[in-house]
Write a protein that binds this ligand. Structure first.
Ligand code: 5GP
Length: 175
């Protein structure tokens, strides 16, 4: 039974097609470089991260970082803290930080600041979704899956109070 609160915004097929394009661009940008440290921002980016990693042919190393989330609400508290740090050093590595959605920019600007102190060779950012209208802090993103309007979305890793993460499509959650 389809959930009446959900409307598909980006289908699973569209997501996979776009991931192949992003991976091809990432492979091209990394030509001649050492292994890429791919960092997954938990938990929302996990499906995008896993699919993107498998589409990239350049050698990849993996690590995970956690930030405080929106909890049970639909809007950010504006405060970010690390809930899980990396297990490994990224010093002198090319880093790709993989995020699910760029909204106000507060989370990513915080994470970039934290990671820069670890002295990576470079930091690139990939985000599946971008809501440019909502930006409070400017963030330069290298790889954007889809620019979307200001709506609360779930699925393909994104949750509402921990539900809906397993959906294959990105959907708008209505009332
Ligand atoms: P920012 O710090 O850029 O405002 O927000 C980034 C984080 O907010 C994302 O990693 C995600 O966890 C959450 N977020 C922002 N917009 C949405 C949305 O539409 N749906 C869901 N599920 N999470 C969102």
């Amino acid at each position: 039974m389809p959930d009446p609160k959900l409307t598909v915004l980006i289908s699973a097929g569209q997501i996979q097609t776009r991931i192949r394009e992003l991976a091809a661009q990432i492979d091209k940008d990394l030509e001649g470089r050492g292994p890429l440290y791919m960092l997954c921002v938990l938990k929302g980016a996990v499906l995008f991260y896993a699919d993107l990693a498998r589409a990239i042919t350049h050698p990849v190393r993996m690590d995970f970082i956690g930030t405080s989330s929106y909890g049970k609400g639909k809007s950010s508290s504006g405060e970010v803290r690390l809930t899980k740090d990396l297990d490994t050093t990224i010093e002198d590595f090319d880093v790709l930080l993989v995020e699910d959605i760029l909204d106000s920019g507060i989370t990513l600007s915080y994470l970039i600041h934290v990671l820069q102190q670890r002295k990576p060779r470079s930091i690139r950012i990939a985000t599946l979704l971008d809501k440019p209208e909502r930006r409070v802090r400017p963030v330069v993103v290298d790889y954007v899956g889809f620019r979307i309007p200001d709506a609360f979305v779930v699925g393909y890793g994104l949750d509402f109070a921990e539900d809906y993460r397993q959906l294959k499509d990105v959907c708008v959650l209505g009332e």
